[in-house]
Write a protein that binds this ligand. Structure first.
Ligand code: GLN
Length: 282
């Protein structure tokens, strides 16, 4: 698939999320309007209650807790610092939990296990720098997007690979089950892709010459390149993406509540402040 097609696919996936959110809020709004008609004295609070009911009750896997699945080897979105999971996703999730009036619990697992954990209700949401894709939307819902990302290519400083087009026939390292894995396998052939559990393991394989390049999200790429001598990020990027929070299709009320919380965090500058803390403007 060409880069242009990739961008279109990502935009369509994002549009699907927005269309879905738009449909949802329209339903909610018309429900609220109906209730106003049936009771002239209906207060704003009652309308809100009716709107909340439209999506049903928020279901939580554990009483009083918002349990988030992540893969904490993806700086600056989620990583360990003094045995604690920190990062943009961890901090945004903390604020969402506060707004829902519950405690946040983070479960660290392989990236490829997150969607299943969300789907079965073992956790309430997946937040892991997770890209919205049409395929993933078949099994889970996504919240509104809270970040944009780019899939980039990391190579050795003296590599002959100068652009995405030079990857043909090369061995590419990826983190298993990520969009980097999906794109590389589709475009370059499974036999040319080596899958690693963590992005950093793929980068270590590049540093030691086991693979010729790594395709991975831009922010972790920057942090892995900074931690390893002799590597660089190509200027031509592989795909543009949107990150969002994964929620079970059976928990529409939670997706709505998360979207409301995200909208507030965007409006009052809290989201920007968290991003700025982890990704200082250059
Ligand atoms: N954004 C990529 C994806 O969703 C990678 C996410 C990750 O490794 N945590 O597939």
């Amino acid at each position: 698939m060409t880069k242009l097609k990739r961008i279109l696919a990502a935009v369509c996936a994002a549009a699907m999320v927005m269309a879905f959110a738009a449909c949802d809020s329209k339903d909610t709004a018309s429900d609220a309007a109906e209730s106003t008609q049936s009771s002239v004295a209906a207060s704003a609070d009652e309308n809100k209650a009716t709107a909340d009911e439209a999506a049903g009750e928020i279901k939580l896997s554990t009483d009083g807790k918002l349990v988030m699945a992540t893969n904490a080897s993806f700086p600056p979105y989620e990583y360990y610092e003094n045995e604690k999971i920190v990062g943009i996703d961890a901090e945004v999730a903390e604020l969402i939990a506060q707004k829902l009036g519950v405690e946040l619990e983070i479960k660290d697992m392989e990236f490829g296990s997150i969607i299943g954990a969300v789907q079965t209700g073992a956790v309430d949401m997946g937040m892991a720098g997770m890209t919205v894709t049409e395929d993933r939307l078949k099994t889970i819902d996504f919240s509104d997007s809270y970040a944009t990302a780019v899939q980039v290519v990391i190579v050795k400083e003296d590599s002959e690979i100068a652009s995405v087009d030079d990857l043909e026939g090369k061995t590419v390292g990826v983190q298993e089950n990520t969009t980097g894995d999906i794109y590389a396998s589709d475009d370059l052939g499974e036999e040319n892709v080596k899958r690693y559990n963590k992005g950093n393991d793929a980068v270590a394989a590049l540093a030691s010459g086991v693979v010729d390049a790594v395709i991975i999200d831009n922010e972790p790429a920057k942090s892995f390149v900074a931690a390893n001598d002799g590597l660089k990020i190509l200027e031509t990027s592989y795909a543009d993406e949107e990150y969002a929070i994964a929620v079970s299709k059976d928990n529409k009320a939670l997706t709505e509540a998360i979207n409301k919380a995200l909208a507030e965090l965007k409006a009052d500058g809290s989201l920007d402040a968290i991003v700025e803390k982890y990704i200082p403007a250059e």
